[in-house]
Ligand binder design. Structure first.
Ligand code: UDP
Ligand code: MG
Length: 311
């Protein structure tokens, strides 16, 4: 008999949580009947501003398998997942969203697969981005293309955080206490053998998404900075390119002057060149700044989250 921990990060999920609990409870029954395994719930309240905590406490009062961690403020889903993994006692640990976008019934199959011993992790990826704004899908695709090109870590397009992993893999993830967490990259980085289950995207059951386009955009930058140093080389590449172009120009101007003399003109073209080079320099300094800010935050060694209450 094994214990399966279900870690659920929750931020303002008072509407979705009752649905989630009800549905997942049925799955827990299924697992118990079919495989004989027990389930525990770990709800991580990520500083919700609504009544999420009351809902969780109510569940915990009624069901001894429900435990919780509550943060002092909103620390973000990444921190919530870390805290949940840390609190989990199971032999197999699952990460799941509270909005039922991750179908809990997959857990049965996931557990069966892991128990066979061939895989260390069963993860899910959605095959379509239907129901998502077109521009968002476009940028998401571009992001995955880019990051897989410039990073050695494999980051799977459409991968969700929903997965079941062995204790060994969870411990490996816990051994990465970095402040700037990008889970999709972390799961790839730790390695282990992962089986991918594909499923069609579903809408969230209640409440609304916490991700605006802008938040997603910043998150993608974080992913790039966390798992690739390629942008840092950009300055050198531009620099070399500019040198070559400038050399060509110098030769061209010398030859032209020798043949036709030196009529002074070309003010607009000079402005263009100055602005272009200035722009490239600012871009490169900006990239340096991105990495520097991450280094700055890492060196502070601040905790990933602060716990206010737990059970
Ligand atoms: N979440 C969280 N902290 C946050 C934002 C989100 O713990 O700051 C949780 C949220 O409660 C949900 C999961 O992360 O369980 C996924 O969030 P959401 O459904 O808003 O994201 P989406 O599915 O739209 O990508
Ligand atoms: Mg969701």
């Amino acid at each position: 008999m094994a214990l399966i921990s279900i870690v659920v990060p929750c931020y303002n999920e008072q509407e979705a949580l009752p649905f989630f609990y009800k549905k997942t409870l049925q799955v827990a029954e299924d697992i118990k009947n079919k495989l004989g395994d027990e389930v525990e719930f770990i709800f991580v309240d990520d500083g919700s501003k609504d009544d999420t905590m009351q809902v969780i406490k109510q569940l915990a009062a009624e069901d001894a398998r429900v435990r919780y961690v509550s943060f002092s403020r909103n620390f973000g889903k990444e921190a919530a997942m870390y805290a949940g993994l840390k609190a989990a006692k199971g032999d197999y640990i699952s990460l799941m969203d509270a909005d039922l976008q991750d179908p809990p019934e997959l857990l049965v199959e996931m557990t069966q697969t892991l128990k066979l011993g061939e895989y260390d992790c069963v993860a899910s990826r959605r095959t379509t981005r239907k129901g998502e704004p077109v521009i968002r899908s476009f940028f998401a695709r571009m992001f995955y293309r880019l990051i897989n090109r410039i990073s050695k870590t494999d980051i799977v397009d459409g991968a969700r955080d929903f997965r079941l992993m062995t204790r060994q893999m969870a411990n490996a993830v816990l051994d990465m206490p970095e402040y700037n967490r990008f889970s999709k990259g972390i799961f790839g980085w730790v390695g282990f053998k992962t089986k991918w289950l594909e499923y069609i995207n579903v809408e969230r059951v209640a409440g609304e998404t916490k991700w605006s386009f802008w938040k997603l955009f910043l998150y993608s930058l974080e992913g790039i900075v966390a798992f690739s140093t390629a942008p840092l080389a950009l300055a050198s590449v531009f620099g070399i390119l500019m040198c070559v172009v400038a050399m060509g120009f110098i030769i061209f101007i010398i030859v032209r002057t020798l043949i036709w003399g030196d009529p002074t003109n070309g003010w607009p073209s000079m402005m263009c060149v100055i602005i272009l080079i200035g722009g490239i320099q600012l871009l490169c300094i900006g990239i340096l700044g991105q990495y520097m800010s991450k280094i700055y935050l890492e060196t502070k060694h601040r905790p990933l989250y602060i716990i206010k209450e737990e059970k």
